[in-house]
Design a protein around this ligand. Structure first.
Ligand code: AMP
Length: 260
């Protein structure tokens, strides 16, 4: 049975009971409109932690435009069903007003906030840090499960955890894809069925980056209607990773792949 926690009092009472019984907590923070990618995180958490808590919160401070926040897809009923079917123990669905009462934190991200996602979405990671810190401070998880689709976000959150010496282990999870290679995302629901097919070009470009000419790949993206924001290679902890972001049919898509 999925326990629905809709305010801080109920959440804190539940956390207190869990901690008193000496159980560990696995946490899966989300913005809802859940899909198989989110469920892979729930399953990973269930295989390690005693109790799995997901959260559904569309955080206004990480959106650059109000219209993007307003039009972000939401379907709480189907989210609850999916969580229940995947045996998630509890879900925290806070109200914006109550989240705003929690304290904020500032973390020096050492430049991470101004490249790739940070460059094209100014202030985005400040909003991410704000909400994740707030969620961590009330959920007090032992483990937090985060998808590699938002690879830079994992780096930012890990930086925050190190900086504040928080007692939570960040566990990265592999990207779950549609059969055509498109990385699953709540935003994909805003694509037309043709758009969803065309969007497979994003992963195709990542896979063929080493064997094809970059100009040719950029042309391929363009001819599929993909407006490229960035296609960048970065070395992270000794491994090369390729990152891509852009718009298709006005929907922002991101993806990445490990190259070595
Ligand atoms: P979101 O609801 O988009 O904020 O995502 C919540 C969490 O699910 C984040 O840690 C994401 O990286 C992760 N996630 C989203 N899509 C996928 C996917 N296709 N595969 C794996 N994890 C994902």
């Amino acid at each position: 049975m999925l326990l629905e926690l809709r305010n801080l009092v109920d959440l804190r009472a539940f956390i207190h009971t869990v901690k008193k019984s000496g159980k560990t907590i696995g946490f899966v923070p989300t913005m809802g409109f859940l899909h198989a990618g989110h469920m892979s995180l729930v399953r990973m958490s269930k295989s390690k932690a005693d109790v799995t808590i997901a959260s559904i919160y569309v955080n206004p401070s990480q959106f650059n435009e109000n219209t993007d926040f307003d039009s972000y897809p939401r379907d709480e009923k189907s989210d609850l069903l999916l969580l229940q079917q995947n045996f998630c123990d509890a879900v925290f669905i806070p109200k914006i007003d109550e989240m705003e009462t929690l304290s904020k934190v500032h973390v020096d991200l050492g430049g991470l906030e101004s490249v790739m996602e940070g460059k094209f979405r100014p202030g985005h990671f400040k909003g991410v840090i704000e909400v994740v810190y707030r969620l961590f401070s009330v959920v007090t998880p032992n483990y937090a499960y985060l998808g590699e689709k938002d690879f830079q976000q994992i780096m930012v959150i890990q930086k925050m955890v190190n900086h504040l010496k928080l007692c939570v282990q960040i566990v990265p999870a592999p990207i779950v894809r549609e059969s055509n290679g498109l990385a699953m995302s709540s935003r994909n629901s805003k694509l037309s069925s043709i758009g969803r097919e065309k969007a497979s070009v994003v992963f195709e470009v990542l896979r063929n980056y080493l064997s094809e000419d970059v100009r040719f790949l950029e042309q391929k993206l363009l001819s599929s209607g993909f407006e490229l924001e960035y296609l960048e290679e970065h070395e992270i902890d000794g491994c090369k990773r390729l990152f891509i972001a852009g718009f298709l049919e006005g929907v922002r898509l991101i993806d990445n792949i490990q190259m070595s």
